[in-house]
Design a protein around this ligand. Structure first.
Ligand code: ZN
Length: 334
């Protein structure tokens, strides 16, 4: 029997795991990989976004409890395990000028204390593959950017035997990916298909906003065919009843049309410690299915420090992150 493979998907808020790479996690779980969702914050500062949702949830504590209940249903729908990192949602700052981030929140916190929490988890779960967001957070929510930062740092540091041996034995994650489910390519493809079918597209205003505030579009390298797992993703989305309007954006595209036009979830291979050939259709491609963990770790250790996509201009990611033992960095909240 082939050794079991493990996938860790790191997300900022409860509901992100259901809108980004959700069907992929359900697929790998069904294919007998062990899948662990890591949720960095409790979603405490999320607003109720579903106009049909009733109930009064005022205050961080009430919101956290509500979202824990929703998350429990979502992970059941996806068939995955899930853990909380325990940081507090920073909220999406709005206004001009932007208000400061709330004291004690995830994005305002100290990387030097946040990163070890994820390193500890990486060293205990020992994922072969890890997913996170791109350096801009996928979209520039401060918690999403911070999620990227701690994921990249943990990917590098968990592999270093000299870094915090008290957090567990070193583990080299073999491949690191960025989620790309909100690409302009996907939005445009679905938008045009909706119009061609004589339907109202939900993407119009969204595409306009993207054009007004261009975000550097990164390239997907990896397309996972997830069509059979769409229902599981939808069930997970619906589990987040306070956040997702069943009559809204996430359910506006008829599923048959989605199957025809865009039956994939996309990722960018951000870093790898195994030989990879692009494009790919499997997050575990290049990882010898028969190799034991010890064999894979020994091979990865010989690869040296892998480059990380988005840090091409820095000498190496390790130099970028390590000189002062990870400097607190609050400069990326825009
Ligand atoms: Zn989020």
């Amino acid at each position: 029997m082939a050794p079991q493979r493990r996938l860790m998907a790191v997300h900022a808020h409860p509901d992100d795991e259901s809108s980004k790479g959700a069907a992929t996690t359900a697929k790998y779980s069904d294919e007998s990989a062990e899948v662990l969702i890591v949720t960095c914050t409790g979603g405490e500062r999320g607003d109720v976004l579903n106009p049909t949702f009733t109930g009064d949830y005022k205050g961080l504590e009430a919101m956290r409890e509500l979202r824990q209940r929703e998350m429990a249903q979502a992970r059941e729908a996806l068939g995955v395990s899930q853990v909380w990192l325990g940081f507090v949602d920073s909220g999406l700052p709005e206004g001009d000028p932007l208000p400061p981030l709330p004291a004690g929140s995830f994005a305002a916190g100290d990387l030097a204390t946040e990163v070890p929490e994820l390193v500890r988890l990486v060293r205990s779960f020992r994922p072969h593959v890890m997913t996170t967001y791109d350096p801009m957070g996928g979209y520039p929510h401060p918690d999403h950017i911070r999620t990227h930062q701690i994921s990249v740092a943990a990917y590098i540091l968990a592999a270093h035997p000299d870094y915090r041996p008290d957090l567990g034995e070193a583990w080299s994650v073999l491949k690191l990916y960025y989620n790309h489910d909100f690409s302009i390519a996907r939005s445009l493809a679905l938008h045009e298909a909706m119009l061609d079918a004589g339907l109202e597209s939900p993407f119009g205003p969204w595409i306009d906003r993207r054009n007004e505030h261009p975000i550097l579009e990164r390239h997907a390298t990896t397309r996972i065919d997830v069509d059979p797992w769409r229902n599981r993703r939808d069930a997970a989305l619906r589990a987040h009843a306070s956040q997702i309007d069943p009559g809204g954006f996430f359910f506006a595209v008829p599923r048959e049309l989605e199957s025809q036009v865009w039956p994939w979830e996309e990722f960018e291979l951000a870093s790898t410690r195994v030989p990879a050939s692009i494009p790919e259709v499997d997050l575990f491609a290049g990882i010898d299915p028969e190799a034991s963990d010890a064999e894979l770790q020994a091979a990865a250790a010989g690869e040296g420090e892998p480059p990380i996509a988005g840090y091409e201009d820095t000498e190496s990611a390790i130099d970028f992150l390590l000189p002062a033992g990870i400097e607190p960095d609050n400069t990326t909240t825009n």
